[in-house]
Design a protein around this ligand. Structure first.
Ligand SMILES: [Zn+2]
Length: 223
């Protein structure tokens, strides 16, 4: 069974399934058989024409390999005005809702805002927080609002985040390499060790999550 890499910045048509992150300003994108997500990153709002980016994202939804909208989201550690970040995040949520695509979310020090927006918008598409790094309390409150989590090397190797990792429900969990050079296999192995389960069982569980969440994806419909 194939291992899912939910979020990566490296093109790699290996045997596993990976969702390549494409920044909206680099659209249109097309490589045969390469699954991807497309989004306007909060770091880029002031550096690109954000409205052109939104149009490009909406156009990209016709591509059957476009599995998710993102990474997009909120970041309280940067200078970009927060209300502007919220505005462009909201517009991408609207695109995701319209085309029934999950969201891949970048979130830094803005978890309460994320929960507030999800509640306000009564959104029913999956919201997946990528590069998740929150503590136990944060995980508990995100759980109660049905968020999904994609975790990578830095979270798994941080001993202080162990309890937080154990708090993530198996059916709301993904793994990713993001911009790291580490292989997705290593991440699964490491996670299986922490969870005291086998790599095979973990691979199967995450594959099932993928099938459930990306039910509109090409891969899933051909299976
Ligand atoms: Zn990334």
């Amino acid at each position: 069974m194939q291992q899912i890499n939910l979020h990566t910045h490296q093109i790699n048509l290996g045997t596993n399934i990976q969702i390549l992150n494409v920044f909206a300003q680099n659209l249109p994108f097309s490589i045969a058989d390469q699954l991807f997500s497309a989004g306007l990153h909060p770091w880029h709002i002031g550096k690109v024409n954000p409205d052109d980016c939104l149009l490009a994202i909406e156009k990209a939804t016709v591509h059957e390999n476009l599995l998710a909208i993102g990474e997009c989201g909120l970041d309280r550690s940067i200078n970009e005005i927060f209300a502007i970040q919220e505005l462009y995040f909201k517009r991408q949520i609207e695109i995701a809702e319209k085309y029934h695509k999950p969201l891949i979310i970048h979130c830094v020090r803005a978890y309460p805002d994320l929960i507030r927006m999800k509640k306000e918008l009564k959104s029913d598409i999956p919201w997946i927080i990528h590069g998740y790094n929150g503590n136990l309390e944060t995980t508990k409150s995100l759980n109660s609002h049905d968020f999904y989590f994609s975790v990578g090397e830095s979270f798994l190797t941080d001993e202080r985040k162990r309890e937080s990792f154990h708090e993530i429900p198996f059916d709301h969990l993904f793994f990713e390499t993001d911009d790291s050079e580490i292989s997705i296999q290593k991440i699964y192995l490491f996670a299986a060790e922490i969870l005291k389960t086998s790599e095979d069982l973990l691979t199967e569980a995450i594959f099932n999550n993928f099938k459930t969440i990306f039910r509109n994806g090409k891969l899933v419909t051909t299976n």
